[in-house]
Every structure is written in structure tokens, then in C-alpha cells.
Design a binder for this molecule. Structure first.
Ligand code: PRP
Ligand code: URA
Length: 209
């Protein structure tokens, strides 16, 4: 089974409270979502492998460390995942960006895929799939399916708020994927929203409601 990790760094938790607050407007919501994504990726990349590299400083020779292993890519699940991309790129500016368009039918809660555009070497990259919300888990599972169908073999799922139902579903269907969240919330309500959650992430990011 994939690992489920809550990143409870005090800065992440403080900023998450700002996002949850219904008084937080679109501008601040966007800024803070990206700040949390940046902090989360900082924590998640602690285990990246390093190798030695010889360089010349202005004074002499030195052996420094360089990130080894696969290159990275960030894959937002549209729309709301876009709200985390800039934060990730602030830390890993050379990462490539793939996009997966997914919307959840409001009545059935079933996910629907409408767009996929990925780096051509997706099979050679470590992927961070980002989406603020993991609710029923349907969208995340369908996004992971879409990636694996195209050759992806190293995927981590990074969400701001997770519901127990969604974590269970992803762990059952994709035990190869580790999940990272800023919070594990209580439950889903009858409309499929996370309680207490932060509302509709896409609408709050883009001001569409
Ligand atoms: C939201 C959210 C996730 C999905 C989570 O997207 O950003 O992608 O719902 O729900 P699930 O785990 O039950 O599938 P939404 O479908 O509202 O689309 P949007 O990002 O375009 O607003
Ligand atoms: N999508 C959201 O944006 N919020 C939720 O609480 C659940 C799904």
C-alpha cells in the first residue's frame, strides 16, 4: 500500500487555516495555495538522492552535491491543481509541466477526463500530481490511470486537504502511489464536499462563484 503522509510543518498548518477561512478572498487564496504547495514540495523532496560533483570555486577545487536520479515534472489536475503549480516551480524551476483536465459531475460525483498533455519523456520522470482536494478519490484515480497509460511509472500525489474516503480509494486502486496532504479532514458531506474542507477549491481560486 502507498504511504499516506500528513505534512504538519507549522507554516503549512498556519497557511492552511487562512485557506479554509471563508473570509479569504481570491487573491490571497491563490497566493497562499502556492505558498503551501512550495512548502509541501520542500518537505517531500528531502529524500531526493544526491551524488558528488567536482567544481572549481574561485579559490580552489571542491566536491559538492548535485541532485541525482530522475528529472521531475509537476502535473496539475485542472482546474484547481493549477493553483499549486507556481509554488512547486519556485522550488524546482526546471521541472516540466503536464496537464490533466478532469471535472467531477456535480450529481453523480463521477470524474470526467477532458484534456491530457504531458511531457514526451513522462516515463523517465518522477511526477508530482497536484490537486488541492482529494474527496471521493475518483479524479485522482482517473488522473493516475491516464498517466500510467502513457508510461508514467513514478507518481506522487500531493493534495492540500484529503478526505478519508479518497485516501482509501487511491490506496486501494493505486498502491504504488504515495500520497501527501496538509490535512486529513473528517468526512465527505452528501454533496461530496470535504468537511470541514475549504469549499470548492476551483471556484475560490478562480473567482467563479
Ligand atoms: C475538484 C478538485 C478535484 C476533485 C476532487 O475539482 O480540484 O479535482 O474535485 O473530487 P473527487 O476526489 O471526488 O474526484 P472539480 O471537479 O470541482 O473541477 P475544477 O478543479 O475544475 O473546479
Ligand atoms: N472538490 C472541491 O473543490 N472541494 C471539495 O470539498 C470536494 C471536491
Amino acid at each position: 500500500m502507498g504511504k499516506f503522509t500528513i505534512l504538519n510543518h507549522p507554516l503549512i498548518q498556519h497557511k492552511l487555516t487562512i485557506l479554509r477561512d471563508k473570509k479569504t478572498g481570491t487573491k490571497d487564496f491563490r497566493e497562499v495555495a502556492n505558498e503551501i504547495a512550495e512548502l509541501m514540495v520542500y518537505e517531500i523532496t528531502r529524500d531526493l538522492p544526491l551524488h558528488d560533483v567536482k567544481i572549481q570555486t574561485p579559490i580552489g577545487e571542491a566536491v559538492g552535491k548535485e541532485i541525482a536520479g530522475k528529472k521531475l515534472a509537476v502535473v496539475p489536475i485542472l482546474r484547481a491543481g493549477l493553483g499549486m503549480v507556481d509554488g512547486v516551480l519556485r522550488l524546482i524551476p526546471a521541472a516540466k509541466v503536464g496537464h490533466i483536465g478532469m471535472y467531477r459531475d456535480e450529481k453523480t460525483l463521477e470524474p470526467h477526463e477532458y484534456f491530457v498533455k504531458l511531457p514526451s519523456d513522462v516515463d523517465q520522470r518522477d511526477l508530482f500530481v497536484v490537486d488541492p482536494m482529494l474527496a471521493t478519490g475518483g479524479s485522482a484515480n482517473m488522473a493516475i490511470d491516464a498517466l500510467e497509460k502513457r508510461g508514467a511509472n513514478s507518481i506522487r500525489l500531493v493534495v492540500l486537504v484529503a478526505a478519508p474516503e479518497g485516501v482509501k480509494k487511491v490506496q486501494e486502486e493505486h498502491p504504488e502511489v504515495d500520497i501527501y496532504a496538509a490535512s486529513l479532514d473528517d468526512h465527505l458531506n452528501k454533496d461530496g464536499y470535504i468537511v470541514p474542507g475549504l469549499g470548492d477549491a476551483g471556484d475560490r481560486l478562480f473567482g467563479t462563484k
